[in-house]
Design a protein around this ligand. Structure first.
Ligand code: GDP
Length: 333
């Protein structure tokens, strides 16, 4: 699964029964479709493979399966698919009866585990927007219990499943995707460390590193994440990209250029003396940080620290530079 440049491309598989919401999730997270529009999505009935690598930092692929895969069908090479998979997301419709979904989950997980025990198994208990908070917790408990009972019966307790409550009608789907993707980024501890150093030297309260296209945050500093802050970041990215699409592209030919480039940055002052600051880090990544108005007075310092941070991040991701350096060293010997 490694490209020529040594760049690792984690693959995420999205699976689940028909109508569980897979296509909707894909459209909302990666194609900016509004949740209401998903009502008109046509049902998929072929294995359809989507590669979002060209537009997003998170260069992973989504395989959208129809609900009923036949593992015994010899034309379906599931072994090859599971071998190259970093995370398997199984979507369960919480508004529907989930007995059948659970047995599919069990079958899929045990098959996949046999082929590749390193896969992360992620269960999205989806469409929870219609449920009260108590109801959500109850459902999650019930699904978790049944799934682990099934695994215990098969003497496969060692398979670990993670559960998330998701809906395309709020930010929970982005939050869940962020957590799934973070597990697949080997540089995560380095990124967190760099963010910690950056914020503590700049008087910043919280900083996120975002994949701009998907609004997945790929890293944050080690202080706790609260949902409101995360939602605010998502809204800010939307505002910046929308304004930039309307007013930021070349008038003669809007097709030339991108609404997000190396000069992209924005400052929003909230009415509670908080400042939200967004800046470009790489072609796909932006940093969004929260700080007090007083701290923002030292913008020069923040920008200098940011400059150092940006350089470090680029080095972390530029594997090619490393490879070339190593080659040079070898040839000098
Ligand atoms: P797929 O067959 O698994 O790809 O399912 P679809 O993406 O076609 O979704 C089936 C239906 O579920 C569509 O009508 C969606 O609008 C609806 N849906 C998807 N996600 C959600 C959600 O989070 N909440 C609610 N209420 N409906 C959803």
């Amino acid at each position: 699964n490694e490209g020529l440049s040594g760049e690792v491309k984690p693959r995420v598989l999205l699976m689940g029964l028909r109508r569980s919401g897979k296509s909707s999730i894909q459209k909302v997270v990666f194609h900016k479709m509004s949740p209401n529009e998903t009502l008109f999505l046509e049902s998929t009935n072929k294995i359809c493979r989507e590669d979002v690598s060209s537009s997003s930092f998170v260069s992973f692929q989504i395989w959208d399966f129809p609900g009923q895969i036949d593992f015994f069908d010899p034309t379906f090479d599931y072994e090859m698919i599971f071998r190259g998979t970093g995370a398997l997301i199984f979507v369960i419709d919480s508004q529907d009866d989930y007995v059948e979904a659970l047995s599919r989950l069990h079958l899929t997980v045990t098959r996949a585990y046999k082929v590749n025990p390193d896969i992360h198994f992620e269960v999205f208990i989806h469409k929870v927007d219609g449920l009260s908070d108590d109801h959500k917790i109850e459902k999650q408990g019930d699904i978790r219990r049944r799934a682990s009972d099934d695994l215990a019966d098969a003497r496969l307790e060692r398979i670990h499943l993670s559960f998330y409550l998701t809906s395309i009608y709020d930010h929970s789907i982005f939050e869940a995707f962020s957590k799934v993707v973070q597990k697949l980024i080997p540089q995560l501890p380095t990124l967190e460390n760099l963010l910690n150093i950056f914020i503590s030297n700049s008087g910043i309260e919280k900083a996120f590193l975002f994949d701009v296209v998907s609004k997945i945050y790929i890293a944050t500093d080690s202080s706790p994440v609260d949902m409101q802050t995360y939602e605010l970041c998502c809204d800010m990215i939307d505002v910046v990209i929308d304004i930039s699409c309307i007013y930021g592209l070349a008038e003669e030919d809007p097709a030339v250029g991108s609404p997000y480039d190396k000069d992209s940055m924005a400052i929003i002052r909230l009415n509670n003396t908080t400042v939200v600051y967004l800046k470009e880090v790489t072609k796909f990544l932006a940093m969004v940080c929260f700080l007090r108005e007083e701290s923002f007075e030292r913008k020069g310092l923040i920008d200098y620290n940011f400059h150092c941070f940006r350089k470090a991040i680029q080095e972390v991701f530029d594997v090619r530079v490393e490879v070339q350096k190593n080659r040079k060293l070898l040839s000098q010997r």
